[in-house]
Design a binder for this molecule. Structure first.
Ligand code: BES
Ligand code: MN
Ligand code: ZN
Length: 505
């Protein structure tokens, strides 16, 4: 699929589908009005007959509209004109891209990108349009049989054009399309790794994918630390989680170093738990299959690095993915066991299902000691409590450095991959006191209180020397039974913004 940004008259587009918006209460957008005039009032009469009332998310495809060169004209409902905002704009884009796929169109020109959204420009408009189109086109059928895969018809759409009002808007639109495409490719990689089942997507498989990423991009180098390396480094927490699994753990390191030699890297650390059964503190069976998604944080590191490699951002970024399974076994770590982390702090494992923080704490210490990061950001499907707090709308953000936290929140808002901040006040830390070790891996009093923050607070014990942020993506990384690829958009937008800000200075 190829995207184009153009500036041209709608009635003159020789395409299989022309897309224009209609407001609620049957008001045509200026671009729809042009088609209405060209067709001698066909659109107005369709509206008058009540076939399209402009309700958000509705679409109507008309064939052979006179006065145009298009095979079809699609009307897209936008809701009330005065309520037009980012959410209704995105909804219209999603509805039109979805309806377009149901037609036989091989090319399309959309004029929805003409709409003016408060505080947004055409770069943003086109970026959202391409992101949403790519999201609707994504399919995961790698695990269907050969026969079924043959029958699944791919989208016929080959060329999708987004129009902007003036020729002078073309550079903005094109830069939006380019960034969106890189983000979408990275998001799709994250989705696919995450959708793969635990028996295929093992720690070794992820390590192999990192080598592939290095090969495919040519601008990333990969290193993988094995169990023996972890032992030598004293990663007792990561090793404890892996001890119940037949699959050896991997610590995957991907370096994208294309900034100045003296520029400290931004380090991304992603939880790569390829299946979380809970360990000895075993989970209930209901929906346990979804715990194959417990590597979504790691998958987002892969996707983000691929995207910045595609954009050739001139900066230093390192991705670290601690990867393991968490299973019950005779050798598995047990409740009450005490392990020594790479940082030297001892941890009492009171619940083996709070394993994400155990593999992350050693990866974070490794990041700190190896890279002295400018900023360190971790992503993890860390707590069910975060799903309760924020649902699938926003990722939970916790940070010890407010400019970093603010930059991440702003990037998420900008790209439509939102996060919401939760506090890391020192009072929470008291809840991690262990009777026997330096720290417990779960709250020791009021176990059900502030679970997402307790997870962040645990990690904070290992990140005091860094400017650090933690994203709890337990509610956002997948929706229903499908991976969403979040927070790749947030992370890539943050990196683009950070790089742009540095160039300004
Ligand atoms: N991977 C889970 C978190 C999770 C649960 C993500 C449900 C998405 C949906 C994590 O390893 C976990 O099990 N966390 C425990 C922590 C608790 C034992 C303190 C949880 O949230 O129940
Ligand atoms: Mn768990
Ligand atoms: Zn987990």
């Amino acid at each position: 699929m190829e995207y184009f940004v153009k500036s041209g008259n709608p009635e003159k587009q020789r395409v299989s589908c022309l897309i224009v918006g209609v407001f609620e209460r049957r008001t045509l957008t200026p671009m729809a009005e042009i088609i209405d005039l060209a067709s001698d009032g066909l659109l107005s009469s369709v509206l008058r007959r009540g076939d399209m009332d402009g309700k958000p998310g509705t679409t109507l495809v008309l064939h052979n509209v006179p006065g145009t060169l298009a095979d079809r004209v699609m009307l897209v409902g936008l809701g009330r004109e005065r309520n037009l905002d980012e959410a209704s704009y995105r909804k219209a884009l999603a509805a039109s891209s979805k309806a377009l796929q149901a037609t036989g169109a091989i090319d399309a020109a959309s004029y929805l990108t003409h709409l003016s959204i408060k505080n947004r420009d055409y770069q943003w408009n086109v970026k959202q349009a391409v992101l949403i189109s790519q999201d609707t086109l994504y399919r995961f059928d790698a695990c269907r049989g050969a026969k079924a895969r043959e029958e699944l018809s791919p989208s016929k759409l080959e060329r999708y054009t987004f129009d902007v009002p003036r020729r002078s808007d073309l550079p903005a639109g094109e830069s939006g399309a380019k960034e969106a495409l890189a983000i979408a490719h990275g998001t799709a990689l994250a989705k696919t790794l995450a959708n793969l089942p635990g028996n295929i997507c093992t720690p070794a498989y992820l390590a192999e994918q990192a080598r592939q990423l290095a090969e495919n991009t040519g601008s990333i180098t990969t290193r993988v630390l094995e169990q023996a390396d972890m032992q030598a480094l004293g990663m007792g927490a990561l090793l404890a989680v892996a001890s119940g699994s037949r699959q050896p753990p991997k610590l995957i390191i991907m370096e994208y170093l294309h900034g100045a030699a003296d520029e400290k890297p931004i380090v991304l650390v992603g939880k790569g738990l390829t299946f979380d059964a809970g360990g000895i503190s075993i989970k209930p069976s209901a929906a346990m299959d979804e715990m194959k998604f417990d590597m979504c944080g790691g998958a987002s590191v892969f996707g983000t690095l691929q995207a910045i490699a595609e954009l050739k951002l001139p900066m230093n970024v390192v991705g670290i993915v601690p990867s393991s399974e968490n299973l019950p076994d005779g050798q598995a770590v047990k409740p009450g066991d005490i392990v020594t982390s790479m940082s030297g702090q001892t941890i009492e494992v009171l619940n083996t299902d709070a394993e994400g923080r155990l593999i992350l704490c050693d990866a974070l210490t490794y990041a700190e000691q190896t890279y002295d990061p400018a900023y360190c950001i971790d992503m993890a499907t860390l707590t069910g409590a975060c799903v309760v707090a924020l649902g699938s709308i926003a990722s939970g953000l916790m940070s010890n450095h407010s400019p970093l936290g603010r930059a991440l929140l702003a990037a998420g808002e900008q790209i439509g991959d939102r996060a919401w901040e939760l506090p890391l006040w020192p009072e929470f830390d008291e809840n991690l006191k262990s009777e026997f070790a330096d720290i417990a891996n779960i709250a020791t009093k009021g176990a059900r209180e502030a679970g997402a923050i307790i997870g962040g607070t645990f990690l904070h014990r290992f990140t005091k020397k860094m400017k650090w942020a933690h994203l709890d993506i337990a509610g956002t990384a997948w929706q229903g039974k499908r991976a969403s690829g979040r927070p790749v958009p947030l992370l890539v937008q943050y990196l683009i913004n950070t790089q742009a800000r540095r160039t300004d200075e």
